[in-house]
Ligand binder design. Sequence first.
Ligand code: PMP
Length: 403
Amino acid sequence: KQNFDNHHFREQFPAIKNIGMVYLDSAATALKPQVMIDTINDYFANNGATVHRSLHQTGKETTEQYEAARYKCASLINSPAVENVIWTRGATESINMIAYGYLQHAIKDGDEIIINDAEHHSNLIPWLMVAKIKGAKIVRLPLRENGTIDVQCLDTLISAKTKFIALTQMSNVTGFMPDIQAVIEKAHRKGVKVAVDGAQGAAHSPLDVIASGIDFYVLSAHKMYGPTGVGVLYYSPNIADEFFPVYGGGQMLSTLEGETIIPKKSPFKYEAGTPNIAGILGFGAVLDWLKNYDMEVLKNHSKQLVDIIDRELQSTVPGYIRYSQPGSSILSFNISGLHHVDFSTLLSEFGISIRSGKHCAIPLMKHFGISGTLRASLAPYNNESDAFHFIDAIKQTLKILRP
Ligand code: PMP
């Protein structure tokens, strides 16, 4: 591993210079390192072939790189079974594939699914849709007042009818990371399956799928310096027989006997159609590049910057209300009496890219009794100067909104 040098790390992200703004929206999507851009350009300029179909030279090369990227991703999450790592178009698609390829078959009328109100809509709506189709009951893990998920309540919530628990590894609003291990242990003791949404969490601390014993884990390449349109779905070998393909199409079947589909083995049976080849190769390059760094060190850098901003706002901005948890790379907040949308629009005038709104988390906004928050999300390419520029921009904006 390299010693982390923020300047050197930052230099590898051309968009930082080119957009000329302070980018504090990495939880929405992270910026991309040059190595990813070069890999994608190289594929389109010098190869361009598809995968697993054409036996000519470039077709073979692309297939090898594509499968090498899968191997790198399996090793990121410590899956010895490379075939249990499926390429998708994003975390949202991965979750929908679990909902329709697994849960829809595994539950019946009256069964229970445990979710909670702190989830991103992507880890909420698919379960509600399947519950409706199957007549299953939605049970909610309670949230504490501060929006964190109380996983201890599972002891009483899991019933003989509970079949499935879905929860996030890290909230995209509060940055809270529930004790996933405790959830898996409590669930498995009662034969309940667990799906974890790693869209935010994997960018900081990818889960070890073997040590944790997780049933399903999903991640999103674009939140971890990779391209948009690439996601990952890991499923445990223990549930291979209960997890069915959702999409039918080219390259997912071994043969067709009349109307009987004989699917290929995993992962191919879950990957019908031409995948996002360029994106997957780009993500493979990112995974190689990430190995140069200790992800714990990267995470701490972002947290320290959030801490600087938080402490300054606490001590100098009257009406500052923080919703995110301390020690996170995400800072969600409001300033009382001011609307988050007005605020973020003005901050953009001062060169700050920050998100405002509900963050695809309507139930959590209802829990807090608010219409939305401002959300600054930091990454290892941010530096102290970004943090101070942001603080200064907030003060300038306040002078306009609260003259
Ligand atoms: N879950 C969480 C917690 C997220 O933050 C996001 C992205 N905003 C998603 C799921 C959806 O991920 P994707 O964009 O890859 O579909």
